[in-house]
Design a protein around this ligand. Structure first.
Ligand SMILES: *Cc1c(COP(=O)(O)O)cnc(C)c1O
Length: 419
């Protein structure tokens, strides 16, 4: 074991950040037209109004990073450094982005069902993966003030990382965003505003301020680096399963960053020769009260129209319009998966079943993936013998829980048979 590998085993936070490792970004590319954009410059959307994707010199990555070297590193997010965009270690920000476990849920899901529990990440959601990368890049590119629309978790992750590196943040959220999210955003140093509208209405305000040069726009997919952070879910999954992938992935889809990111990760891993051509079927899960991607999927459309009157208990996937709609739909179709909608009652029943029977408290969005899996099983869309991964994207502790009101008077006689 070399010195770096030995260090990687100590388990201290940021063991992977002791060396200024080479990065391999060549350029950015418009996800719609393929037009190239220079690396190391600030970008939002492409000239075609679409997300930019980061491209790497993967042949050089392959030469520089044998799979065994990677395997010897500590398992946190920064082990993937050569496949990430940050050039200088000094710009990396971290709160301890651990590899999240695959938790079996044999009783509520089935013998081959695993939950990738993203609730264990800093700020309690997988938004940490995207924002840790986007904030590091903002720092690297000299941004001093950021604004963002959020349904809660993204704003919390932004606030945490940006405060840590001294970048000012202004966050706008729909007024019915879960209370704990609004408060954690404020507690972590952002200026947070409740707006009487949905997330795209908040996004319009951010866009206006950005056009006036007041701040940098950090809306989902409008800056290129959140996808790179989210793609670590796909990299990690492959490493955890011994360089193969599950048969199906159920992903709660709002803006779709994670689904798009994982799809990109699988492609990069194949080009590195670390996995083969097989891909999981990707199931984009939405709530029936806000299912623009499902509607477009079923209609055979390439883009999704805005969903009016969006409502669901799963706030993280209440996204009426996604700028990466065509990327989500493309990944779902190429993978031979589907876009599926589930109702709030099924979501809440799934959260309840998983907590009661498997002891794992899912967030509502995670509950949606379990509900969708159960529905897909009933419809013959998946087989119970197939290995399936569900994404639980935030800790269930961030959400209102059912009341538990029974009280015991220790001074009165206690009827132990009733307890
Ligand atoms: C943001 C969020 C989602 C949706 O993630 P996308 O990658 O933007 O589609 C799902 N669940 C939770 C808990 C979230 O915070």
């Amino acid at each position: 074991m070399d010195a770096a590998a030995a260090r990687a085993k100590t388990g201290r936070m940021n063991d992977n950040l002791t060396a200024d490792r080479a990065t391999f970004v060549t350029h950015l590319e418009c996800s719609l037209t393929g037009e190239h954009y220079a690396a190391d410059q600030l970008h939002n959307l492409s000239r075609a109004g679409r997300p930019l994707l980061v491209r790497y010199d993967l042949d050089s990555v392959r030469a520089a990073l044998p799979r065994e070297t990677l395997a010897a590193r500590a398992t946190d997010l920064w082990r993937w450094r050569e496949l990430l965009p940050v050039r200088h270690t000094a710009n990396v920000v971290s709160l301890g982005e651990i590899e999240t476990p695959l938790v079996p849920i044999a009783r509520s899901g089935g013998a081959n069902v695993w939950v990738k529990d993203e609730g264990r990440l800093p700020t309690g959601s997988f938004k940490a993966r995207g924002l840790v990368m986007a904030v590091a890049m903002a720092k690297e590119l000299g941004v001093t003030r950021i604004a963002m629309p959020t349904n809660g978790n993204a704003g919390a992750a932004l606030a945490a990382y940006a405060s840590r590196v001294g970048i000012e943040t202004i966050v706008f959220c729909p007024e019915d965003t879960p209370e704990v999210n609004v408060r954690e955003i404020a507690a972590q140093g952002a200026r947070v505003w409740r707006v009487n509208g949905l997330i795209d209405d908040c996004g319009a305000i951010v866009g206006r301020g950005a056009a006036e040069g007041r701040w940098f726009d950090f809306s989902t997919l409008k800056e290129p680096y959140r996808i790179e952070g989210k793609k670590t879910m796909g990299l990690e999954l492959a490493a955890q399963l011994g360089w193969r992938l599950p048969r199906a992935i159920f992903y709660p889809t709002g803006g779709g960053t994670g689904l798009i990111g994982m799809w990109k990760a699988f492609d990069e891993l194949e080009r590195l020769g670390w996995i083969g051509r097989e891909r999981p079927r990707m199931y984009a899960v939405q709530a029936s009260g806000c299912a623009p991607i499902v509607r477009a999927f079923e209609a055979g459309e390439e883009h999704a129209e805005r969903w009016e009157d969006a409502h669901t208990v799963a706030a993280g996937i209440r996204v009426p319009r996604a700028v990466g709609d065509f990327l989500i739909l493309r990944a779902v179709r190429e993978s031979e998966g589907k876009a599926l909608a589930v109702g709030d009652p099924a979501i809440l029943a799934a959260v309840d079943a998983c907590a009661r029977r498997d002891g794992l408290l899912l967030c509502p969005e995670g509950g949606a993936t379990l509900a969708a899996y159960q529905q897909a099983l009933r419809d013959g869309e998946v087989d119970e013998d197939e290995e399936v991964v569900l994404f639980n994207c935030a800790t269930g502790l961030k959400y209102p829980l059912p009341a538990a009101e029974q009280r015991l008077d220790r001074h009165a006689p206690i009827d132990f048979d009733r307890l």
